[in-house]
Write a protein that binds this ligand. Structure first.
Ligand code: SF4
Length: 339
């Protein structure tokens, strides 16, 4: 059910939401709403919506910026960090798109932005069509690259928007992992087909192998997945690919243990890293990253591949170089995109 704070009824995003949905309810505040994932609350929150991705000096991080317009997700991934991070299950959507646009326009220099940190960027786009507001703005700006990151195949609003600096990225895992741990998301086949469709409409696409999850036959599963992907997508339309193995703070491990049917996510030994998150042992991480990296490189020689939040020694072990600190790492993206 859609709930709308009475003070934001005249905002553009609310009006667009009402236009495409007949059922909604006006409320005074969130206390009137049952706190569950099926409820969407268009709220009056004012915030600093755009923030640089929280990085750490210990692991290699870039200068990606997140737009947190939506907090919460209708999907239900067993490993989702939001379980440990958000204090609500309902999906809260800020309607203050004017402030977001002003902030986006105010950036000097090249900036990469995305809306997939505290939600899935496209899962609800047919209900709350943020894409229709932000794509035309980004199209006017030469210094912004905007990424929609998704596990859906919900791309209909993106067709015919004449994208300029828009990347739509799809998180991928083998189907057996998707069906077991990524509940309510689109099948991996639908995600790959959606990427192929967007390419026809002028979009660049990206792929995130994140989190790569340990299962006994992971080599075979990820190699098969990449074989399927590379047979359907043309390398020259891919903006980037990220790879990273499963990692979790203690609070997320606790949530996974409570949902007992997912405890096999923790089958492999994990070690507490200096940033407080638990990761697979380094030798296993290197092996998993190398499996995915080598399979991709066997088909795609030039595509830009990076590891999210990994140690410089892991970079060295897998691909033989260290991308350097944040500014230096970001230059790799800039060289790939803004040239
Ligand atoms: S799609 Fe992303 S935000 Fe949504 S439940 Fe899965 S991991 Fe969490």
């Amino acid at each position: 059910m859609i709930y709308i704070n009475k003070s934001v009824i005249d905002t553009k995003l609310v009006q667009m939401t009402i236009d495409s949905n007949s059922a909604y309810k006006i409320v005074d505040d969130a206390s009137e709403i049952v706190d569950e994932k099926s409820n969407i609350y268009l709220e009056d929150r004012k915030d600093n919506y755009i923030r640089i991705c929280p990085g750490t000096k210990i692991y290699r991080c870039c200068s990606y910026h997140n737009i947190d317009i939506m907090q919460g997700c209708p999907f239900d991934c067993a490993y989702c960090i939001l379980q440990a991070y958000l204090e609500h299950d309902m999906i809260k959507v800020s309607t203050d798109t004017e402030s977001i646009i002003q902030h986006v326009r105010s950036f000097q220099g090249n900036i990469r932005l995305g809306s997939g940190e505290l939600s899935d960027s496209l899962a609800l786009d047919n209900v709350v069509p943020f894409t229709k507001i932000i794509v035309p703005i980004v199209n006017e700006l030469d210094n912004i690259q905007f990424e929609f990151k998704t596990k859906s195949a919900n791309i209909s609003n993106l067709l015919n928007l004449n994208p300029k600096n828009i990347v739509v990225s799809f998180s991928l895992n083998p189907e057996s992992i998707v069906s077991k741990y990524e509940l309510k998301t689109a099948s991996v086949e639908s995600r790959i087909n959606a990427a192929a469709e967007l390419i026809k409409y002028g979009y660049k696409v990206g792929f995130h192998f994140d989190p790569v999850i340990y299962v006994e036959n992971y080599k075979e599963l990820y190699t098969d997945l990449i074989g399927n992907l590379t047979s359907k997508i043309s390398e020259d339309r891919i903006e980037f690919i990220s790879i990273s193995t499963f990692r979790a703070p203690q609070a997320l491990l606790d949530s996974i243990k409570v949902r007992s049917k997912y405890t096999d996510l923790l089958n492999s030994d994990m070690i507490k890293s200096p940033d407080g998150k638990y990761r697979y042992y380094k030798s296993l991480r290197v092996d998993m990253l190398k499996t995915v990296y080598d399979s991709l490189r066997a088909e795609w020689k030039d595509v830009f591949i990076y590891f999210c939040m990994e140690h410089d020694t892991v970079w060295e072990s897998v691909i033989g170089y260290d991308p350097g600190d944040r500014d230096k790492f970001e230059l790799l993206f800039n060289n790939s995109f803004f040239t």
